[in-house]
Write a protein that binds this ligand. Structure first.
Ligand SMILES: [Zn+2]
Length: 361
């Protein structure tokens, strides 16, 4: 199937395939959607399709042009991205990581902005004739453009050269200039279904099926997030989540110590991950109560015994209240309000929803 590098996103693929087939490709596209759903992967596949020499389905992934796009060696492909790289070698290293896996996010890629000098580069390039009749310019994470950069891009969009196709990708469309948005055809990419992430983890990363299922369920529709879980020693974060729950039943001093240690030794993202794993733990505990040890219902399938000890330690667990308290805390952590306090309050709220039988976990 065409665009096979891109996981799911069947609607977007079919719109673009049809545009290529009928030779009705727009001059400017905006691929929007959450992080890690394949926006850059799709932009690169679209570039391949535009240059592909195959008479059959495009992109073929086999012709010289498809291969040159894949490795960023095509002279008529320009790929701009937010970067703190200090020199050409560092930029190349980032591109190499995109070549290896367009879903994998690197730290330098995720933080900085796209400055006006990058857009000036594009404006300069557009004055030159492309070697193969057309040029594809991809601006990845275009929502990271500075205001001067965005204004400069607008000038290109107002009078785009006939030979140029511009593809922007963005997660936060609302922060972009409306005058840019109105000149692009937006194609929205939604979160990926769990089963598609699971399949891709098994096929592409050679992950054992049970673990693929687990990671897919905690990745919130983002394949990049699933890859991050693989890198981040998932087991360690889960231990922290269980330790947090155990600590809910301890005295105030132990709780303060644990919260302070967590906040000192991790970052906001890790705290959110730990809270998400606490949610998952409650979800599995509920499943275990309702369905017994039927593994198909349990995501933390390798922790059945610990989960079993957890539920049998309590007379009653108020699950709806537990879900609500943890979800509220995740939202507050996202807004970066007094994280110590949020976690400390969460502990006391969870203590209230867990009615102990009188023995320790
Ligand atoms: Zn090809």
């Amino acid at each position: 199937m065409s665009f096979s590098v891109v996981i799911a996103q069947h609607r977007a693929k079919s719109i673009l395939s049809r545009a290529i087939e009928h030779n009705r490709v727009h001059h400017a596209y905006l691929f929007s959607g959450p992080l890690g759903v394949g926006k850059e992967a799709l932009a690169l596949e679209m570039a391949k399709a535009l240059f592909c020499k195959s008479e059959a389905e495009k992109p073929c992934n086999a012709c010289a042009n498809c291969r040159r796009i894949k490795t960023f060696q095509h002279p008529d492909l320009v790929f701009i991205f937010p970067s703190s790289a200090k020199n050409v070698d560092e930029e190349r290293a980032i591109l190499d990581s995109v070549v290896a896996n367009p879903y994998r996010r690197d730290k330098p890629w995720a933080t900085p902005t796209i400055g006006i000098e990058k857009i000036r580069e594009i404006r300069h390039i557009t004055t030159l004739k492309p070697l193969e009749g057309r040029r594809v310019v991809i601006i990845a994470q275009a929502d990271k453009m500075t205001i001067p950069a965005a204004n400069s891009l607008l000038k290109i969009l107002e009078e785009p050269p006939d030979t140029m196709h511009l593809i922007l990708t963005a997660s936060h469309v609302s922060s972009m200039l409306p005058t840019i948005l109105s000149r692009c055809q937006e194609i929205r990419l939604g979160p990926l279904p769990d089963n598609e992430i699971e399949k891709a983890l098994i096929e592409r990363e050679k992950i054992e099926p049970e673990y693929a299922k687990l990671y897919s369920r905690i990745s919130q529709g983002s394949y990049s997030r699933a890859l991050e879980w693989l890198d981040e020693s998932f087991g360690k974060q889960r231990e922290r989540a269980v330790e947090f729950l155990r600590c809910c039943l301890k005295d105030a001093k132990s709780q303060i110590d644990l919260v302070e240690h967590l906040v000192r030794s991790t970052d906001v993202k890790t705290i959110k991950d730990i809270l998400s794993l606490i949610l998952l733990w409650f979800r599995d505990a509920l499943m275990l109560l309702e369905h017994g040890k039927a593994e198909q219902y349990i995501i933390n399938f390798d922790q059945l015994e610990t989960l079993d000890r957890f539920i049998s330690a309590f007379d009653f667990i108020d699950f709806p209240a537990a879900f609500m308290h943890v979800e509220n805390s995740i939202q507050m952590v996202e807004r970066n309000i007094q994280i110590n306090l949020i976690l400390f309050v969460l502990m006391s709220k969870l203590r209230a929803v867990l009615q102990l039988k009188g023995r320790q976990l």
